[in-house]
Each structure stands twice: as C-alpha cells, then as structure tokens.
Design a protein around this ligand. Structure first.
Ligand code: NIG
Ligand code: FE
Length: 407
C-alpha cells in the first residue's frame, strides 16, 4: 500500500449522478491510497482512516492530481507521413481535392500496406510515449489504413500488441475508412467484402468496436448503416466519423442503431442531436482536426449542452488531419475554439472520454475500487491545466499504481 499526500487539489471526475456545482469532484489537501494497482481510499487528508495512518507515504509537494487521461479517438498506427498534403493545402488545395487525385488517406494506405508488422509497431511506440508523457493512460486506436484484409488485420494485430506491451491500456477499433479501390465500380460487392473482413477480425478477437467514416468520398449513409448493423449483429459496440466535412444526416440513424459515440460532428443537425440525446450517445469532439484543416465549421456545442449530450475530447492523432500528440492543446482549443467550459474540457479528457469507450470500471475517474491510473500536474491549481498552448502541464503519469513517467 502507498499513500499519496501533498495533493493540493484532487480532481475525482465523478461519473453518474453528481453535484452539478462540483463537476470536477474537487477535494483540497487530499490523500489517495493505492493498493494492488487500484485506488483503496481517497479523500481529505485529515479524514484518512486511522488504520491507514502508518503505511508508506509519498509527498507530491502540493500539486494537482487527476485521473489518467483517456484518448478515445486516434489513428496512431500508420506508416509514412503527409507532409506533401500539408504543403499542398497551404498552397490552396483542399483535403477533398487532394483525396480525389489519390492523395490524402490513400497516401497513408499505400505506405501502411508496404510496412511490416514490426515497422508499424516501432513507429507507433513513440507516439504512445508522447501521449503518456501528457498523462494519457488509456488510448483507443483505429485501423483503417489497410483497406485490404491482410493490412487491416496486421494493423489490428499491432494495436493488440501495443496493448500487451503497455504500459497504456489500449482499445482496438476496426475502422472502415474508405472503399477499397478494387470495389470502386461495384460498391455493394465492396460492402460484402468488408463485412467478411469484419467477421474475420471478430473471430480473431482483434476488434473491440467498429467505426465507419460516413462522408462524401468515403461511405454513403446507406453503406455506413449496413456496416454498423453488421457490427451490431456481431455484438460489437459501434461509432462513426460523421458530419465532419459535409452534412450527411447520418448521425440520427447511427444513434438509433445504438452508437456509443459519434465523432467530429461539425455539421450535426438538430435531428442528430435529439437522437444522440435519446440514445445516450457521446459526442467526441476533435478541435485539433478542424484547426489543422483550417475548417471554420464547429460542432453545435451549446445545443449539445442544452440537450444533455455528453461531450468528450480526443486528439484524433493521425498523419493527415491531426498530427498532434497533445491532449492539453486539444482541451484548450475545446474551450477557445469550440466554446466548452473548462469543467467540460477537463471532464471531456477523462470521465466523458471513458464513457465514449464504454469503460465502466472507474477509468477516467478516481474512485475507490477503480484503477489507480492518474496524472500529477506540475502546478497546484487545476486552472493551470488549460491555461496555455502547448505548455505540457503534466509532471508524472501513473498506471495501475506504478509511476511510469516522471518529468
Ligand atoms: O478523423 N476523417 C477521417 N479520418 C481521419 C483523417 C485521417 C487521415 O486524413 O489520414 C480524421 O480526421
Ligand atoms: Fe478520426
């Protein structure tokens, strides 16, 4: 057992019914006791039960402690880069025009198909380490840069191997990103082939969830519907990239199918918001992607708030639209660019992000019995977490009661 003290502010980020005036679940001058990788006790230091008074103590020196961050949307297993796309966009080409001439996502698909399992694994490791240094202890990673059976399964295998290698906890998502070129002229046959790929991934235990990119140039709503319905039939949780660049109207259908989360949502309509509210679907917002694409559209945050739709934040770490490793930049942009409150942004990186991944074991919060995954800030006030751009506010990251990063 280990008792952490010297916690100026403990942000517990409660799930479920909570005190609306205290969304962070703030405890000042706190102590937190770790036993066998889990939180054993937490609360005001003065309330530490007498039987715990004699255990080993570590004084953190008067700093903020919060749950380990959860990044619920990344594409961090890929090969190559998209520097030439970036340059082309800076000269005036659009994300869509680059994609139409065979660049964009297809550039990354060519590089990923050519990369070995080891190359993909070794390429992903430093990206996970960067997230770890920012305090991220649980990461969702998507496939979607293979499009063919061999490469998609290789990507998912790499994602599983990254989870086994640790230290972060990893969730694997099978992403249907684009129609494979081989089916360009027979899309129904393509959907059938992708459904077979899904069955294979399921039988090999390689996917926790299924995601689909519903967008002009990717999958049409009826195709996305077919793929997500098949995923439901396999018992997998579903989500979708929807309403990012064009308004597809697919959000309401996806929510009705039981989508656990929907991502991007810059063009989301009222019917979609209502359906998400009714289904309890989490909105995963990706402000660094809009910023990097120079896209002025923003998701309807005030209407999502008014309808009680939970909002999470994610890096969307990928080589094309969001080459960032910084969830804190994302959170600050969530406030300044999307209009989240600081409370919403901090919950969006933690408790709501865990909800977006369906994690019900206390991940994303600090709660007795839950995992002792946490980060220690450099500063003594929670306000300093968001006050900066690229300011690296985290000093230490702990997973399962072990310190894995020390600044
Ligand atoms: O979430 N929108 C689709 N997928 C990614 C972009 C992937 C890429 O451009 O490589 C996204 O923004
Ligand atoms: Fe994405």
């Amino acid at each position: 057992m280990l008792c952490l003290t010297g916690i100026s502010e403990l942000l517990t980020m409660p799930r479920g019914p909570r005190d609306a005036s205290d969304p962070l679940g703030l405890v000042t001058d706190a102590a937190l006791v770790i036993d066998a990788g889990r939180v054993h006790w937490l609360g005001p230091r003065g309330d530490l039960p007498r039987e715990l008074a004699g255990i080993a103590t570590q004084d953190l020196g008067g700093r903020v402690v919060l749950p380990g961050l959860v990044d619920p949307h990344t594409h961090l297993v890929f090969a190559g880069d998209r520097a030439s796309d970036f340059e082309a966009r800076c000269r005036g080409e659009t994300y869509e025009s680059i994609a139409r001439r065979g660049g964009g996502i297809r550039t990354t698909v060519r590089a990923t198909r050519a990369a070995s399992f080891e190359a993909l694994f070794e390429g992903a490791r430093p990206r996970l380490t960067s997230l770890l240094e920012a305090g991220v202890t649980t990461v969702e990673i998507k496939s979607g840069y293979g499009l063919d059976v061999a490469t998609e399964l290789r990507q998912l295998g790499v994602i599983r191997a990254l989870g086994r290698a640790g230290p972060q906890r990893v969730r694997a998502t099978l992403l249907f990103h684009l129609m494979p070129e081989a089916y360009a002229t027979d899309r129904p046959a393509g959907i059938a082939a992708l459904s077979e790929l899904m069955a294979l991934a399921v039988s090999e235990g390689l996917a926790d969830d299924v995601d689909v990119f519903c967008e002009e140039g990717a999958f049409a709503p009826h195709e996305a519907d077919e793929l997500l319905s098949a995923a439901r039939a396999h018992g997998l949780a579903i989500k979708a990239h929807v309403d990012q660049r064009s308004a597809t109207g697919f959000a309401s259908r996806a929510a009705a199918l039981g989508a656990r989360s929907l991502e991007h949502l810059e063009q989301l309509d009222d019917a979609g918001i209502d359906a998400m509210a009714a289904a309890g679907t989490v909105a995963v917002l990706l402000p660094s992607a809009s910023l990097f694409l120079g896209d002025a559209a923003r998701p309807p945050v005030s209407r999502l708030r008014a309808r009680g739709v939970p909002m999470a934040l994610a890096t969307d770490l990928n080589p094309g639209s969001s080459p960032t490793f910084d969830p804190w930049l994302v959170a600050t942009l969530g406030c300044t660019w999307y209009g989240l409150t600081p409370f919403e942004a901090l919950r969006g990186l933690t408790a709501e992000a865990a909800r977006a991944l369906g994690l019900e074991d206390g991940t994303g919060s600090l709660v007795a019995g839950g995992p002792a995954d946490l980060c220690v800030a450099r500063g003594a006030r929670w306000q300093d977490l968001l006050y900066g751009l690229g300011h690296r506010p985290i000093a230490e990251t702990w997973i399962g009661g072990q310190r894995v990063v020390r600044a």
